[in-house]
Design a protein around this ligand. Structure first.
Ligand code: ZN
Length: 270
């Protein structure tokens, strides 16, 4: 009987803790480069507007979502803005070079030392922030292709138990740009999704996550795992490949759900 009461108490406690967790909203900052080459007919509120709209459609009661861009003061990433952000989402393409080095370092520091979540989308693989946060080149060593008509991308769920894959089945985007592996990043914690491009037969690890920063022993080599040895870094990072600016990808419900799930995971709520 006593153990039963203990069990009930445990369940009630878990429910209370879960509610408290969600009482403080996850503060999401959606950044884009204010891309002049993204068609306004397709993205009237820019890429960050479409991404923010998708997040709010799924989690308005537990997400606080703001949009900023490269042309905002301090390029949208002031110390104050980052200090008040739990998860930063980054979409950049043609204007990577305009991002100040100090902004990239500020983002990296926030992720590595303070545990801000970071999600890089599509051509963000070459952003200064992605390269700084993961300390990699972000090169697409298998190339890329922008085909006319736009080609199909088949996305396979590789880690169905992962929080970022919840509610997602394998799916196909009818029009996208191709990226080919190898993709020059550190070894991921998990490959959540892999893409296949039937036009040319290329594969790409299109949804990967890492932990970075404080908590990781850089000299550790091998052991029983579960974070017991190398450890988990304080900052969670996710990269998601789809999102070419001439395609309506960020209006796709499955893509929106992946980004929403990634916000919960990078914000340490799942
Ligand atoms: Zn693209």
């Amino acid at each position: 009987m006593f153990s039963q009461i203990q069990t009930y108490a445990g369940i009630i406690n878990a429910i209370i803790i879960r509610r408290v967790e969600f009482m403080s909203k996850i503060r999401v900052l959606v950044w884009d480069e204010n891309p002049p080459h993204a068609p306004k007919t397709l993205y009237p509120h820019s890429l960050n507007g479409a991404i923010a709209e998708g997040l709010l459609a799924l989690g308005a009661d537990h997400l606080e979502v703001k949009t900023v861009n490269l042309d905002d003061p301090e390029q949208g990433c002031s110390e104050e803005a980052l200090n008040n952000t739990d998860v930063l989402i980054w979409w950049g393409h043609a204007r990577h070079g305009e991002v100040k080095d100090e902004v990239a370092q500020r983002v990296k520091n926030r992720v590595h030392a303070h545990g801000m979540g970071f999600i890089s989308l599509h051509s963000g693989h070459y952003s200064k922030t992605f390269k700084a946060v993961l300390n990699c080149s972000g090169d697409l060593k298998g190339g890329w292709r922008e085909h006319e008509p736009p080609e199909q991308e088949q996305i396979r769920v590789c880690a169905p138990q992962h929080p970022i894959a919840q509610g997602i089945d394998d799916f196909t985007l009818d029009g996208e740009e191709m990226y080919g592996a190898p993709f020059d990043t550190p070894p991921p914690l998990t490959v959540v999704f892999q893409s296949y491009f039937p036009l040319g037969g290329e594969y790409f690890p299109s949804g990967m996550c890492w932990t970075v920063g404080k908590g990781i022993d850089p000299n550790f080599t091998s052991g029983p795992g579960k974070g017991a040895n190398q450890g988990y870094g304080v900052g969670r990072v996710f990269y998601f490949r789809p999102g070419h600016e001439t395609m309506p990808t960020y209006f796709d419900d499955r893509v929106r759900k992946v980004i929403y799930n990634a916000v919960l995971w990078c914000g340490k709520k799942s």
